[in-house]
Design a protein around this ligand. Structure first.
Ligand code: PGA
Length: 256
């Protein structure tokens, strides 16, 4: 895994009341985590962000938004700006999750705008890509991944520089919330492909240093095998991040 530090990122999606969130955050905060071995991040819904910021203040746990608009301010009813996320305590923002792409019609061009705005504001994007089951069955996985990378990172590849901290997350759509994990080999194959695309589009070093997470039905019983793959640097965890015991067991994958 070269020198890339593992990152375990909890994507809570639209789950947990403020009270439940407070309980879960308190348990995560109390847990013994070796932060030399893994970085940890939680992405709660917008309304929970200030609570997460306050409860996690002084810890090494990062807070992320699950989405944002690319403009600074204005008449965009229902949207949240990059600066608002920063004020609410976020260091990162998840962008282009397949649920945003499929249910809210976000295109890779929109996601590129958001990624550029995030970087400009000092937020680290966690940019998601992944193929559907149909695309995989039609053997279009690599074509789709390449197209999503080209379009979602378009403004960066034009300048031939990828922001240093930008994180990618490979999440095969058919593995999200379905209990079907991509086999570690299937995931590794796509991660290696992404890394070679980064090398070709940017340079060798970008291919080497960029953190690429895997997401889709990650659980305590498959995390070790996933993390054993050379090009996988961590996980974006949905369902299993909503309970302290399963999330912490994933975070502490390094205990073996
Ligand atoms: P899951 O979700 O772990 O519930 O499959 C992952 C994600 O959508 O980020």
């Amino acid at each position: 895994m070269e020198n890339r530090k593992p990152l375990m990122a909890a994507n809570w999606k639209m789950n947990l009341s403020l009270h439940e969130a407070g309980e879960l955050l308190t348990e995560i905060k109390k847990a013994e985590i070796d932060f030399n071995k893994a970085d940890v991040l939680v992405a709660p819904p917008f309304t929970t962000l200030p609570l997460a910021r306050d409860l996690l203040a002084g810890t090494a746990i990062h807070v992320a938004g699950q989405n944002m608009h690319w403009e600074e301010a204005g008449a965009f009813t229902g949207e949240v700006s990059p600066l608002m996320l920063k004020e609410a305590g976020c260091s990162h923002v998840i962008l282009g999750h397949s649920e945003r792409r499929a249910l809210f019609f976000e295109t890779s061009t929109i996601i590129n705008n958001k990624a550029a705005a995030a970087v400009e504001t000092g937020l680290i994007p966690i940019l998601c890509i992944g193929e559907t089951l149909q695309q995989r069955e039609e053997k279009k996985t690599f074509y789709i991944i390449k197209e999503q990378l080209q379009e979602s990172l378009g403004s960066f590849s034009q300048k031939t520089v990828l922001p240093k901290d930008l994180i990618l997350a490979y999440e095969p759509v058919w593995a999200i919330g379905t209990g079907k994990t991509a086999s570690p080999q299937q995931a590794q194959e796509v991660h290696a492909f992404i890394r070679s695309w980064l090398r070709e589009t940017f340079d060798n070093n970008t291919g080497k240093v960029t953190t690429i997470l895997y997401g889709g039905s990650v659980k305590p019983d498959n995390i070790r095998e996933i993390m054993a793959q050379p090009d996988i640097d961590g996980a974006l965890i949905g369902g299993a991040s909503l309970k302290a015991d399963s999330f912490l067991s994933i975070v502490r994958f390094y205990e073996g």
